[in-house]
Design a protein around this ligand. Sequence first.
Ligand code: HEC
Length: 121
Amino acid sequence: MNRLFLLGVLALVLTACGQGGSEPGISIAKALSLAPEDPALADQYRSSCRACHAASNSGAPMTGSLAAWKPRLDKGLDVLVEHTITGFKGMPPMGLCSDCSESELRALIEFMATPPQEDGA
Ligand code: HEC
């Protein structure tokens, strides 16, 4: 009984930490502050992906949220690149970056799926 109760509490805590539903798992402000280090890639990110992938209500997996990206990554990066090129459910083809190459899209996905490094704190 006691053990079940503890499991229940753990499940609740995990949900509150962003495992469940629409919880983004990263604050919008934090997600908005992130950009790829490469300046050209950062430009492409800011003018396309970021509009949806750093917005709470777009349905897109949030930039920097491992909880949001884990189930996507499980499909394999090649599949994700393919879905980005062709479009996937709510996401338009090429993620609205018409001048992105396949390798740039791949780099953008890897960037978005990587949680930010905590500086010090
Ligand atoms: C107009 C909004 C919008 C833009 C712009 C956008 N996305 Fe998305 N993206 C979405 C939404 C919504 C989803 C979730 C689709 C779903 O699973 O329902 C998504 C999902 C994805 C996925 C996961 C696909 C899968 O198979 O699970 C990848 C990868 C992705 N986006 C990459 C990108 C990249 C890279 C860019 C920029 C070049 C980008 N997106 C720009 C809205 C957008």
